[in-house]
Each structure stands twice: as C-alpha cells, then as structure tokens.
Design a protein around this ligand. Structure first.
Ligand code: NFE
Ligand code: MG
Length: 571
C-alpha cells in the first residue's frame, strides 16, 4: 500500500491537498485538505449589516458574486424585507450568467485537459477534424484551415519548449483515450471559450458595473436604476438589447459547442460514468424564482434531498437541520470538537495542530484541514450541478427530464449513470443549457416591466437602522455554480455579532466528521483506478469533476495573525 499526495491540486481556485492510499492499481482511501487559512467571517463582525455583502462577496473571485446574493438575502431575512420583482429579476440574471460562465470555464479551462491530450492534437488531420466538427454541430468555425491554424499555434508552443497555458499536463498518459481529431477539436474550443466567457460576463459589467464582484447590490433590492426613457439609466432599452445579444451569443456557444463537445468526449470515456460515484446523497436548497425567495414552491431548481442514489423519493429539506463539525478541522468549539453546530450558533476558532513543515503526510487520524465538515441530519451530502439535476429529475421537472433523457439517450446510459465523475460534467453542461435559455426570459420580463412603467427596484422601508429590532437573526440561501450556499447572520444593536457561511466547496471538500463519515471528495475517490501512481491523472479527474473552490470553502480569518497560522501558510 502506498500513499500518494497531490499538493497543490491545480486548475482549481485556492489550495487543496489530496492524499490517497493506493492498493494495487486502485485508490482504497482518500483525505481532502484545505491547506490555506484565509477569511471573511470574523471581518464581518461589528459591521453594519447593510454592507455585509460587499465584504462577503470577496470570499471568492471565481463564483464572483454568489456571496453578495446570499448575504443580502440573509440580512433581508433577518430584517423582514421583501424585495421588488425587478430586483429579483436582476439578481437572477446576474447569478444565472455567473452559473453559465462558471460552467464553461470549468469544462474547458479547468477540467478538459484531464481528458484531452494537447500533444496528441498535433497528430490530428485538420480535414478529418473539420468533418468531425461538422458532423456534430453547425458551429461555423469548423473549416480545415481553421483547425490547421489552431494546430500551427500549438506546434509553435511545443517547439518553443514552453507549453505556456498547457504546461505541466500528464501528456502521453495511457488513460487519455481520445482520437487525435477530438483532441484538436477540444483544444480549438478551449481557446475559443477564453473569449466567449470574457464576452458573456459583460452582463455583470452592465448590471453591476464590473466583474468580478458586481457593485450594484443593496439590502432591499438593487441599485440598478430602470427607466425606458432615460439614456443614463443602468437599465434602458439599449441595455436590454445588449443583454439579449450577450445571452444569445452565449446560448449559441452552449448549444453548438459546449454540449456537443461534452457528448463527444463522454462517448470515449463511458467507463467514467462508473467511477467517482461517491456518497450517493445529494442536496439542493433550490433557487431561482420571480417571486418570494422564501417560498421554494416556484423554484426553477427545486429544493430537496436524494439519499442513496434512490431517485424514486425526494426528501424535504429544512435548513435548520444543517450543522458543521470541526472534529477533523483545525478549529475548536467551546463545547468540544465532537459536536456539530448549526450555523446560527456557529463558531470559528482557528487552531492549527497539523505537522510542522516540511512533512510527508498530514495526520489524517486527527485534524487535517481548514475546511469544516457540513452535514444534513448528521449525513454527508454532495452538492452542485449534479445534485440539482438529480433532485429536479426525481421531482419530475419536465424540462430537466427531457434534456437528461436526451443526453443519456445519445450515450445509451440510464439515469443512474449520472451519479459519477462523468455525470458531474454532463450535469453541468445541461444545466448551462437550461440556464442560458432561462436568462432571456428574465431579460424579457424586465423589459416588459419597464415598458409598463413598473420601475421599482429597491424597497427602502427598513433602510433606517432605527426601524430594526434590537436583535434578530436570518439566513440567505443560494444555488451557486458549485452548489448549495448558505449565509447565517445575527444582528444586535444595528451591528453584526455573528456571521457564518457554509459554502458548496465546504460541503464537497470537507474532511471526515465525528463519526468518521467521509466528505464528498473523499468518498468519490474510493475505488478510483490508477494506471500510474506517479502520475495520478485519474484522481484529478474525479476531484476536478466537483470544480473545487477552496477560497470559498475556507473563508475565515483571524484578525491578529498567530504563529501557528503563519506556519500553516508555509505549505
Ligand atoms: Ni469560490 Fe463558490 C461557488 C460558492 S464554491 S466558487 O460556486 O459559494 O464553494
Ligand atoms: Mg464557514
């Protein structure tokens, strides 16, 4: 038995270390560790709750805006504020754009090279690549000369000896299975997707002034003035035209490039619909409605839980059943480290107790991560696009059923195949397709409201802190690209006294709990085949399929830097 360490895992956000034990050619156990201590939860204490979103949004620059949304929702919940429909629509457009852009970036720039051997693209016949491209899609950039041009660019990189953005891959690894032409097609779209994602995220620049971290949120609504007759208003007919254009361009790319590429690549890796199954428990808070965010009945992504891969039942979800352990995390709870705490009572007391660097392995029997271990009813859950898709499918959502059955039909696979590494990739693509078509609906509704003179976008009734109760608590939930996100806030005498974020990558990347139950990455890595433990490509495939974001997962900070923390930063 050998222990293999990947540290740092790259093509993710933040600092993740994976240790796996390998028996023969299979992973027999795994540990997931967030190795960087950082944060926001403490910074928020003592601040005005109306500005919490500005700070919370800085938890992450990848899911660039989701923490602002969860934060304003938490404060609005605590203060009993309802936001106007226009604000909900603008928030939906910003968050939905984030979702689609994030999924595109994940597939092409963070994950594709686990499946695509860039160096093999050099062996492709551009004419055959062109035929292949035209057989799977009517995307216009598909000529022989186009693919030859891409190949020449890669050739120039390779012959310069500097692979640049393609350096440090496991090139030539026997687990790569794509024919040269599919590799070339994917490399071409990797390059195209760089432009597509940059262009599409202009939606956030229009509605939020900038990206990352749009600046137009307000507790009570949005600061995006609407006026059909006002050229200087943030939202006016000209801007609606621009939004429609940006959404339409993204929609073409998702339909004509992203989805066909996922199908083409998945077809050569069907065995990966059997690896990386993981916990089999899926959770989604649900999200996206034009109405009241406290009422999940109308959610586009339904709320619920699927247990043990049993798609016949969707269990109800009550956010009061969420808790976090620190048994294997470098924190202490006042009541001892065997208990789980609901985030409304949550504590963030960092205490590094890992080995002093340099070291070979973490003390995985003890504490081994800066990530906490969230649980629902004491049960570990996977969150994310796959969880959302399965819960929507099992809830009988017609749109999701149709697209899932269509995609799986093309691959001749049953719905249960989705519970896998490749299933996470497929779920992300089909979610992007559903979301990008929904976006134009929200833009149209905003336009319609504007045409009818419905311009209200902020509810200022409780803006004055003198109107607030002396003490109150609230929480805000969102389905971020990587899954279920919750912020819990406690307000006293007009100031924040406690703030806790329980984040998608905390759910997925967290370590074991007091009962020894593994987190989602740890469970998914069990049984992973490994051709060559020196080059753990297969481990990366499953870890990357979750789209890790450790900035989100570890979001705490101690204001006065302690020695033990600086040691931890040496990793
Ligand atoms: Ni930093 Fe994030 C998303 C959130 S993941 S990317 O999506 O919230 O934990
Ligand atoms: Mg937290």
């Amino acid at each position: 038995m050998a222990r293999v360490v990947i540290d740092p895992v790259t093509r993710i956000e933040g600092h993740l270390r994976i240790e796996v034990e390998v028996e023969g050619n299979t992973v027999s156990d795994a540990w997931s560790s967030g190795t960087m201590f950082r944060g926001i939860e403490q910074i928020l204490r003592g601040r005005d709750p109306r500005e919490a979103w500005i700070w919370a949004q800085r938890i992450c620059g990848v899911c660039t805006t989701v923490h602002a949304l969860a934060s304003v929702r938490a404060v609005e919940d605590a203060l009993g504020i309802e936001v106007p429909e226009n604000a909900t629509l603008v928030r939906n457009i910003i968050a939905g754009t984030q979702n689609v852009q994030d999924h595109i970036i994940h597939f092409y720039h963070l994950h594709a090279l686990d499946w695509v051997d860039v160096t093999l693209a050099l062996k492709a016949d551009p004419a055959k690549t062109s035929q292949l491209a035209q057989s799977i899609s009517d995307w216009p950039k598909s000529s022989t000369s186009y693919f030859r041009g891409i190949q020449d660019r890669v050739k120039a990189l390779v012959s310069s000896g500097q692979l640049s953005l393609f350096s440090s891959g496991y090139w030539g690894h026997p687990a790569y299975k794509l024919p040269p032409e599919v590799n070339l097609l994917a490399v071409a779209h990797y390059i195209e997707a760089l432009d597509v994602q940059r262009e599409f995220i202009r939606v956030q620049a229009v509605l939020g002034g900038k990206n990352p971290h749009p600046q137009s949120y307000l507790v009570g609504g949005m600061a995006t003035a609407m006026d059909g007759n006002e050229p200087d208003a943030v939202i006016n007919p000209e801007r609606i035209t621009l939004l429609n254009q940006l959404v339409a361009n993204a929609q073409s790319f998702v339909r004509q490039v992203y989805m066909p590429d996922v199908l083409a690549i998945a077809g050569f890796y069907k065995d990966w619909f059997q690896h990386g199954q993981g916990l089999g428990n899926y959770m989604a808070y649900g999200d996206y409605t034009n109405g009241n965010i406290k009422d999940p009945a109308g959610f586009m992504f339904p709320r619920g839980i699927v247990l043990g891969r049993d798609l016949s039942t969707v269990h109800p979800l009550d956010p009061s059943h969420v808790s976090e352990y620190v048994t294997h995390s470098w924190y202490n709870y006042a009541e001892g480290d065997q208990v789980a705490k609901h985030p409304s009572q949550g504590e963030t007391n960092p205490k590094y107790s890992g080995p002093k660097p340099p070291y070979d392995f973490l003390k995985t029997d003890e504490k081994y991560s800066w990530v906490k271990s969230p649980r629902y009813d004491d049960t570990p859950m996977e969150v994310g696009p796959l969880a959302r898709t399965l819960i929507a499918y099992a809830s009988g959502n017609e749109q999701v059923k149709k697209i899932v059955d269509d995609v799986l039909g093309k691959l001749s696979l049953p719905p249960s195949a989705l519970c896998s590494t490749m299933g996470r990739i497929a779920a992300r693509a089909l979610e992007a397709e559903i979301m990008v078509s929904q976006l134009s609906g929200w833009v149209a509704q905003l336009d319609d409201n504007m045409a009818h003179g419905n311009l209200r976008i902020h509810n200022g009734e409780k803006w004055n802190p003198d109107t607030w109760p002396r003490s109150c608590q609230g929480f805000g939930l969102h389905e971020a690209p990587r899954g279920s996100l919750g912020h819990w806030v406690e307000i006293e005498d007009k100031k924040i006294v406690n703030y806790q974020a329980v984040v998608p990558s905390t759910w997925n990347a967290g370590p074991r709990d007091a009962k020894g139950q593994r987190g989602a990455y740890e469970a998914a890595l069990q049984g992973t085949p490994m051709v060559d433990p020196e080059r753990p490509l297969e481990v990366l495939r499953t870890v990357h399929s979750f789209d890790p974001c450790m900035a989100c997962a570890v979001h705490v900070l101690e204001a006065k830097g302690n020695a033990h923390l600086s040691e931890a930063l040496v990793f």
